[in-house]
Design a protein. Structure first.
Length: 294
């Protein structure tokens, strides 16, 4: 299939251009308890260093989160989450890092202060269906929203695609009522959130149905190191790179635009090869490789 094209304005930076070229979103968890990298980057210097590394590896967006959503994680208060994310955003902007930043939060106050400090995008795991103020803040701050599917009433018997489509239609209705252009919403199927193993793979397989149902919306795929991979391969989060790449490429082939990953460089490389396969090879951007192999 060919990719739908979208231009999503950002208030203080050039717009996101989404289409055949996949964008890679690097995950920057500043938490002690995230399922894969908890405690690794929760000091400001470590977080800034990791952001620089992901940018050097080709990240197009940095996604900063201060609260783990893994099963069993303890809820985090507003002030504690602000204390985690705000110094990192401030440090990145003070260091001259001008890449788009998304703030991964379900709290409107955190989203608002992060946007004031230089973040550009709200990444809401509640798909605007949590706190009513989230949509209002997105409208006031002129910020695009990554709206994730997380239906707590979801059951193992749910037919994934019709139920997800109904959920996202409700999200788009909320956005419209708040004064947000629905086309500024990026839809995230929420792999792993209240879904069975078979439902996760059914959704991945049926992503083209989602893009056909919502042609005006870009699609984010976030499978990196998740249990849907670990349960198939019987391995731990740090061993799931190959499985993650497989799901990223399949998500791209099925219409995905943005890929939220822990391991930027290998996913970027795999997505570039997938792009060349679907659309042909662009002219080389660097000198020919040695040995005559171009």
């Amino acid at each position: 299939m060919t990719h739908s094209t979208h231009t999503i304005p950002l208030a203080n930076r050039p717009p996101l251009i989404l289409g055949r070229r996949a964008l890679v979103m690097g995950i920057l968890n500043v938490t002690p308890d995230s399922f894969s990298d908890g405690g690794t980057h929760n000091a400001v210097d470590a977080a800034l260093a990791h952001a620089r590394l992901m940018l050097a590896e080709g990240a197009d967006i940095i996604d900063i989160g201060g609260e783990s959503t893994r099963p069993g994680a303890e809820p985090v208060g507003v002030q504690q989450e602000l204390d985690r994310v705000m110094p990192v955003i401030d440090a990145m902007r003070a260091a001259g890092i001008d890449v788009p930043i998304s703030i991964d939060t379900m709290k409107p106050l955190v989203a608002h202060q992060a946007l004031e400090a230089g973040a550009d995008i709200i990444n809401d795991v509640n798909g605007l269906q949590g706190a009513p103020e989230m949509a209002e803040i997105a409208a006031i701050m002129d910020a695009p929203v990554i709206a994730m599917h997380w239906d707590r009433a979801w059951t193992a018997e749910a037919d994934p695609m019709p139920a997800m489509q109904a959920y996202f239609q409700a999200t788009l209705d909320i956005a419209t009522r708040a004064g947000i252009d629905p086309a500024r919403l990026i839809l995230d199927p929420g792999f792993g959130f209240t879904k069975t193993l078979n439902q996760n793979y059914s959704i991945l397989r049926q992503l083209p149905e989602l893009t056909r149902e919502f042609p005006d919306n870009a699609l984010l795929v976030g499978t990196s190191r998740k249990s849907m991979i670990g349960k198939v391969l019987d391995n731990q989060p740090g061993q799931r790179l190959a499985g993650t790449i497989a799901t990223s490429v399949q998500g791209y082939e099925r219409g995905g635009h943005i890929f939220r990953v822990h391991d930027v460089a290998p996913n970027r490389d795999a997505l570039r090869v997938a792009e060349a396969t679907l659309y042909g090879v662009e002219p080389p951007r660097r000198a020919n490789l040695p040995g005559g192999e171009n």
